[in-house]
Ligand binder design. Structure first.
Ligand code: NAD
Ligand code: MG
Length: 398
């Protein structure tokens, strides 16, 4: 078997680091060719010294200068580049077979699209790109003959429960319904009245998963599950009404697929992203992920309950955007990113995140997506309107 070249976009983040942990178990199978991050140059330098990629890219030019100097001083021959344009062309290089798309937020869209257009195996953690431009991205997957494998634990679980030979982008034969599980986040038992005063650190203290701050806040509002419903419609070719959500606090059943005959298949495992990462890297083979095996008798019981839409309105906002179609999911996503950042910066209350998103959705015209520019314009407009909403209506908090 020949060694596969791997690029990791967002290598310094939570998913990026888990990916490197899996790759380090299989040096004969995979070779790290490219690592990229926004500005965390020290972490990137450490990774480059250990994995010796051909090149690293930092979006931030100043950070790239510092990384280049540090690497030179250590005698490293890894090339250092900077900027989004360099990243877009680097992922398409012929010595890269597999691209882990693990940048957070809308910034992941263009490099992911570039990897898809180059026909790579794309491991998709960056759910925001599918939410923004689902049809465009899936069309490009078909057109370029790329293989898109979901990393999001729920979607990876569904992929594993699909009929043999299934590839994302079509409806699974005989599949009638998908059930996405949700942990319920850190505020599952918190009263409505107490939610308005929760802090960023409380919101990021997820009970089951250790993740980046943006997705942690999304998990706490349940917007993460809303984004995942939209992600599932594009990956698995079913309407939003066929994608159910169940809160499952133990977080060991990662999602379920129902078939015509009444069978429901589930994928289970410890809540550790190294499992879906290893599955997607090696598919259709199986490789060691370094994850401990699950002790079900220790867990004892599995619970499932419907989500609470009163305390967590974001999930329903995402369903509305999915039904509206066109640029609505891109608007939802952008308004969410701006609101979550404002919450993390303590410029917005937790319970005002869905209020801002709702207002932005109401204020902007939703149009059909004909080209990538429609998505990028909707994203930019939603960011402007969201920022204005936060400033004018909630400025008093600052
Ligand atoms: P993180 O914040 O830990 O890491 C983000 C990475 O992206 C960092 O390496 C950062 O340098 C890079 N980055 C940020 N902005 C960038 C930009 N403009 N250009 C290039 N690189 C940029 O995030 P994470 O938790 O690893 O999540 C990454 C993605 O994976 C998100 O889309 C998230 O929704 C998804 N995801 C994460 C998990 C998880 O367990 N962490 C699970 C499922 C899905
Ligand atoms: Mg998930």
């Amino acid at each position: 078997m020949s060694t596969r070249g791997v690029a990791i976009l967002g290598s310094t983040g939570s998913i990026g680091r888990s990916t490197l942990a899996v790759l380090s178990l299989h040096p004969d199978r995979y070779r790290v060719r490219l690592l990229a991050a926004r500005s965390s140059w020290q972490a990137l330098v450490d990774q480059a010294l250990k994995f010796k990629p051909d090149r690293v890219i930092l979006i931030d030019a100043g950070a790239a200068l510092l990384a280049a100097r540090a690497l030179r001083e250590q005698g490293s021959v890894t090339r250092v580049e900077h900027g989004a344009t360099a990243l877009k062309s680097a992922v398409a290089e012929s010595d890269i077979d597999v691209v882990m798309a693990a940048i957070v937020g809308a910034a992941g869209l263009l490099p992911t699209l570039s990897a898809v257009r180059a026909g790579k195996r794309v491991l998709l953690a960056n759910k925001e790109s599918l939410v923004m431009a689902g049809r465009l991205l899936m069309d490009e997957v078909q057109h370029a003959g790329a293989v898109l494998i979901p990393i999001d634990s729920e979607h990876n679980a569904i992929f594993q429960c699909m009929p043999a030979g299934y590839l994302p982008g079509s409806a699974g034969r005989g599949v009638t319904r998908l059930i996405l599980t949700a942990s319920g986040g850190p505020f599952r038992g918190t009263q409505w009245a107490d939610l308005s005063t929760v802090t960023p650190d409380q919101a990021c203290a997820h009970p089951k998963w250790k993740m980046g701050r943006k997705i942690s806040v999304d998990s706490a509002t349940l917007m993460n599950k809303g984004l995942e419903v939209i992600e599932a419609t594009w990956l698995f070719g079913l309407p939003e009404s066929k994608v159910e959500v169940l809160v499952h606090p133990q977080s060991v059943v990662h999602s379920l697929v129902e078939y015509k005959d009444g069978s429901i298949l589930a994928q289970m495992g410890a809540p550790d992203m190294r499992t879906p990462i290893a599955q997607a890297l090696a598919w259709p083979e199986r490789i060691d992920s370094g994850v401990q095996s699950l002790n079900l008798s220790e867990i004892g019981r599995l619970e499932f309950e419907p989500p609470d839409h009163v305390r967590f309105p974001s999930l329903e906002l995402a369903r509305m955007a999915a039904r509206a179609g066109g640029t609505a999911p891109a608007v939802l996503n952008a308004a969410n990113e701006v609101s979550v950042q404002a919450f993390l910066d303590r410029r917005l209350n937790f319970t005002d995140i869905p209020v801002v998103i709702d207002r932005v959705l109401q204020r902007l015209n939703i149009v059909p997506i004909r080209a990538l520019s429609d998505v990028l314009e909707a994203d930019a407009a939603a960011r402007r309107v969201a920022a204005l909403q936060i400033e004018t209506v909630y400025g008093a908090l600052a």
